[in-house]
Design a protein around this ligand. Sequence first.
Ligand SMILES: Cc1ncc(C[n+]2csc(CCOP(=O)(O)OP(=O)(O)O)c2C)c(N)n1
Ligand SMILES: [Mg+2]
Length: 554
Amino acid sequence: MPSRTGGEILVANLVAQRATHAFGVPGESYLAVLDALYNVRDRLPFVICRQEGGAAYMGEAYGKLTGRPGIVFVTRGPGASNAAVGIHTAAQDSTPMVVFVGQVGSDTVDREAFQEIDYRRMYGSVAKWAAQIDRADRIPEYVARAYRMAMSGRPGPVVLALPEDMLTARADVTDAPYVDAIAAAPSREDVAAVQARLRAARKPLVIVGGSRWDDDAREALQKFSEAAALPVACAFRHQDLFDNRHPNYAGDVGIGINPKLAARVRDADVLLVIGERLGEMTTSGYTLLDVPVPRQAVIHVHPGAEELGRVYQPEIAIAATPGSFLATIDAGAARSDTHAALAADAHADYDTWRAPRPVPGDVDLWQIVRWLDDRLPDDAILTNGAGNFATWIHRLYRYGGGRRQLAPYSGSMGYGVPSAVAAKLVHRERVVVSWNGDGEFLMNGQELATAVQYGLAVVFVVVDNGMYGTIRMHQERHYPGRVSGTELRNPDFAALARAYGAHGETVGTTEEFAPAFDRAVVSTGPALLHVKVDPQAITMNASLDELRANREIP
Ligand SMILES: Cc1ncc(C[n+]2csc(CCOP(=O)(O)OP(=O)(O)O)c2C)c(N)n1
Ligand SMILES: [Mg+2]
């Protein structure tokens, strides 16, 4: 009899790829995998989640943090459907991920058997590749290809369906070797052209974003910026690619952009864009650059050739990873002494943008986030999903250096809790803060149970304004005074945390935050701070009444 089951072959091939965690919710459809995981539980633990949306987000966050695909296991139709949000996020965020879904056996396929769904069609338009492994002896081939595809070019999610009988079938096969992303490097001629273009530029600006960055590439970026005296801005939710405390840092090109930075992007004569795909949030809804030919000369460096010229026709298009481009470019040849003043001006604008403004109510998030910025160590990881609550940390907290930002470029809610769970599993020694709104937290708050189960000392902050504030903000702008579908009656989040077995405290004033945080951060397990803010403090630029009266200060 052949030596291994499909389940065993699959798990062996994940071990060969040095996967360190598998995130999932179990299903009877893939018992053979769960059984094979039992044998390697010390090397490749199965992280038991409470909802597949949470598991998929954890896999996505793992991919963001490590550059290797997050591994996710979910069961047939219901599990795959719940996981969709994480797969969409991985696609929009260019994050490597491989999702394995249980599938009905080949003896019942295409009858619409129990929980059956065709994953090729379901995920055909959102995954980089959606396929089914029909033979156990082909598992090594599929796993190796899935890894390569997830990581290479523009990274993204791969979905592989696992028919139940394939997982119990036996085969004799050799495991695939460890694979890495395909390198993509620029030509010398292109790099020489970039250097000359930058040297001659009067108002150049560098914008960085996307995935496929590592510590070496981040360090190379800083050296390049210093040696070429160039200001660097970070794309929406990629603020950790460049040290925000660095004198050349210009701010983030995202939602609620500093108007002075927006002007700087518009007025630049040369934009060097590295790794970023120039999506809607980074371009202020495609307004900072003209489509299809921007006024600025765009030099676009992206690892996925298919992204170059997708929306904007660049003057120079380079298919390369950020690291290989930065390793090749000669900063000295790109330097002009006039650039240094630009970088200093840009950073001064950024500093002014962080200057506190008065806030209605007893809790001043301006002060709290600035305190956190001082308090958190240089390797802290800060996570968040979508909502106005996030604008405070995006604007005031200084990412980069060793500090990491885990946040969805896709603007998806519910990311803040599961991504923090994944971050703490990967980096137990680092401080992980999960920053949530009241709406945000309850989208995947069930994963607090996962944090408790694995003893993960994450500090969860819930900024509670009693509403889906972002939507209320849009409502007040477009339909003033007509509140519809945005009010929330919330639980006592601190008591909820305690019921889960976590530490929980309520914060009702600015002064209460620091001591509560200090208690939370030394807690041996997860802790939650329920921060009750005044509903008037709905945005950083205007109170609720000011919004309604159309008196926003940009
Ligand atoms: C999964 C998902 N559903 C809905 C939305 C639309 N949406 C964006 S922000 C938001 C409200 C966020 O509420 P909350 O977390 O309380 O933050 P606040 O804006 O109040 O600070 C909603 C519903 C979304 N982005 N993602
Ligand atoms: Mg809210």
